[in-house]
Design a protein around this ligand. Structure first.
Ligand SMILES: NC(=O)c1ccc[n+]([C@@H]2O[C@H](COP(=O)([O-])OP(=O)(O)OC[C@H]3O[C@@H](n4cnc5c(N)ncnc54)[C@H](OP(=O)(O)O)[C@@H]3O)[C@@H](O)[C@H]2O)c1
Length: 359
């Protein structure tokens, strides 16, 4: 089958890969109908995450080879794509509650060598849910990876797993019109938080259509300064992809105020300095940030994508109820993935960019 891979050269190209075969009884084989592009796919073109994800990939390959008695994968091409919607083609023996022919959506962890920018993918049953019937596959494919990342930042990092703690608190989402941001603002509102979005002026209308009542342009220095002076936020979730410490300054000065950034330096540092030094350098950066902010009662954390069966089921329920609406920026035919990646790289998108495999 013809897949999009970043290969050893780090350049996005179409490569031929063997059709995947179920070797783990907990897996499903899915014919992909649509898959979104996430920043990690774009960054992987330059080899991003090669040390950490590469090590995890090798461990995963070892575990798989134990199951299949088939030592392979060293030379596997790296197929990009972290989420998908499609139709179940076959199920492992251990899969319950999902069946051949059903339309599903889900995620593939970043360390898996075979991503979703491919005609077929293997996915673990815990990372797959039924598509809400009223939504198209392009819509469904746009949500899982970004929404799980937003969920993990808000719920796991932001409030120690207690969604109830978000009720009534004032939360800033920086990068509110991005792929993660559009899911995050909707989920936070459904959980009862008072959401304030920070985005570019061009995205005000989009945020307003998602029910956000208060938003600020990050290029408007006066507005941003006023927001900093107010120090009115209990939680700041930074999905801007920038290290803009103005957002940290917007927090209240009390013990429970937290700043969660999705721009963890871990993969970048381990790419540059190797595993041990990279992890140590990242830990030191976090300690340094906290040592200056803890004095003001604020906590700085990194947020990460984290797969969760329970979170994915909640995300699906929110989509079904219309509380989490997919926001598509542009849909490209599968054959035009290069143009879609360039579109993402230009950074002019709002919401999600999706590949459609059916055209
Ligand atoms: N740690 C993890 O596991 C993980 C997982 C997923 C994503 N991420 C990271 O999280 C970030 C968001 O992901 P995404 O998929 O939402 O990316 P995205 O779709 O590119 O969204 C980024 C958004 O940030 C906005 N932005 C740019 N500069 C800003 C600034 N100074 N202040 C506020 N907003 C700004 C952009 O708006 P304009 O286009 O209007 O400028 C854009 O809407 C990316 O950096 C991604 O790499 C991390």
């Amino acid at each position: 089958m013809s897949c999009w891979s970043v290969g050893k050269s780090g350049v996005l190209q179409q490569v031929q890969v063997d059709m995947p075969i179920i070797s783990n009884p907990q897996e499903l084989l899915i014919q992909v109908q649509a898959a979104s592009i996430n920043p990690i796919d774009v960054h992987m073109q330059g080899g991003y995450g090669r040390n950490v994800l590469g090590a995890m990939r090798q461990l995963d390959a070892l575990a798989e080879s134990k199951i299949t008695c088939n030592a392979t994968t060293d030379e596997q091409p790296l197929v990009v794509g972290r989420d998908f919607a499609g139709v179940v083609v076959s199920c492992g023996r251990g899969v319950r509650g999902l069946d051949v022919g059903q339309r599903v959506m889900g995620v593939i962890s970043p360390y898996k060598a075979l991503g979703s920018h491919a005609p077929y993918v293997l996915a673990h049953k815990d990372n797959v849910v039924l598509c809400p019937p009223s939504l198209s596959s392009t819509e469904c494919a746009s949500v899982p990876y970004a929404a799980l990342t937003g969920y993990s930042a808000a719920v796991v990092s932001g409030c120690h797993g207690d969604v109830g703690a978000l009720q009534g608190i004032r939360v800033m989402v920086a990068g509110a019109a991005g792929g993660v941001g559009v899911s995050l603002v909707q989920m936070l509102q459904a959980w009862g938080a008072q959401v304030v979005g920070v985005c570019s002026l061009a995205s005000f209308e989009l945020l307003s259509s998602l029910g956000v009542l208060e938003f600020y342009d990050y290029q408007d220095n006066d507005a941003m300064q006023a927001l900093t002076m107010e120090r009115s936020f209990d939680l700041v979730l930074d999905a801007s992809g920038c290290r803009d410490l103005r957002y940290l300054e917007c927090l209240k000065t009390n013990r429970n105020a937290s700043y969660v950034s999705l721009l963890s330096p871990l993969l970048k540092n381990t790419d540059a300095h190797g595993l041990l030094l990279g992890v140590a350098k990242s830990a030191l950066e976090l300690v340094q940030l906290n040592s200056s902010s803890l004095g003001k009662g604020r906590l700085v954390k990194w947020g990460y994508y984290s797969p969760s069966k329970q979170a994915l089921a909640q995300i699906r329920d929110m989509m079904q109820r219309g509380q989490l609406k997919p926001v598509l920026d542009q849909v490209f035919p599968y054959s035009e993935a290069k143009a879609a990646y360039e579109h993402m790289q230009h950074g002019k998108h709002a919401g999600k960019t999706v590949l459609d495999m059916t055209v």
